[in-house]
Design a protein around this ligand. Structure first.
Ligand code: ADP
Length: 234
């Protein structure tokens, strides 16, 4: 395939002929696509298609087996171990199963992101955490522990945690799959508001309802390959 021109001001994620193998099995094969800055982008496809694996490659939860990927100007194949925290600070990540720390308060779960990023001022941390909690409608639950919250509330905390560092990209891996429609709508609306403030949003989903809400870009995966949703392989 011909190499595409790359303008880092316009393209925030480039995946180029990316593959991922686990032993003999191919989880992803020759994945090529661009995500434009401030896109609202979906990665879709059936269960087992490789959506989560693709997300893991983007936040370096896993290393790719071949190809290259650029995420917000950082080349993931060449990145040094010492640069990984810098990459992660540019990302806010949301998982289907929330992944909050159960033994820490809602406030601490979010504040930790800022501490790890090197924010020292207690006042700055308090103001920023309370600000995102207001946005997700949970300021009054700041001292609650995650297991006492509903699934929808826990996911709203996870969204607040993803937003608090003002990341350039929010990666959301099946963010609504465990939620009832009302809670899912709330999460989707929060992602829409983060997008309106300038973040690039990348969501994996096979939820037709979410897909029906529209996006600015989409790739479909099937058996680890990019496919044309209407049938023919691209
Ligand atoms: P999806 O998110 O679309 O449901 P996944 O990315 O979870 O798909 O999985 C894609 C394929 O990769 C599946 O065949 C899965 O079994 C395989 N896979 C994912 N993670 C691993 C792993 N850690 N070890 C081996 N195979 C894996």
């Amino acid at each position: 395939m011909r190499k595409m021109l790359f303008d880092p001001d316009q393209i925030i994620i480039r995946m180029y002929e990316v593959s991922k193998h686990y032993g003999d099995s191919d989880a992803l094969v020759n994945i090529t696509f661009d995500v434009h800055r401030n896109a609202f982008f979906f990665i879709s496809g059936p269960s087992g298609a490789g959506k989560s694996t693709l997300m893991k490659l983007l936040y370096l939860g896993e290393h790719m087996s071949g190809g290259y990927a650029i995420v917000d100007g950082m080349n993931l194949s060449r990145i040094k171990r010492s640069q990984v925290p810098m990459l992660r600070r540019r990302l806010g990540i949301i998982f289907q199963d929330y992944r909050l720390i159960p033994g820490r308060s809602v406030f601490d779960n979010i504040g930790l992101v800022l501490e790890v990023a090197g924010v020292r001022s207690r006042k700055v941390i308090r103001d920023r955490v309370m600000n995102v909690l207001e946005r997700v409608g949970l300021a009054d639950r700041h001292d609650a522990f995650p297991p006492t919250l509903s699934g929808g509330e826990q996911q709203r905390v996870a969204v607040a945690r993803a937003m608090v560092g003002k990341p350039s990209i929010i990666l959301a891996d099946e963010p609504t799959a465990s939620l009832d429609p009302e809670a899912a709508e709330m999460i989707f609306d929060l992602l829409v508001s983060a997008h309106a403030e300038g973040a690039t949003i990348v969501i994996t989903t096979h939820d037709r309802y979410l897909l029906s809400k529209g996006c600015t870009g989409i790739v479909y995966l099937k058996d680890g390959r990019c496919v044309n949703p209407y049938g023919d392989r691209q």
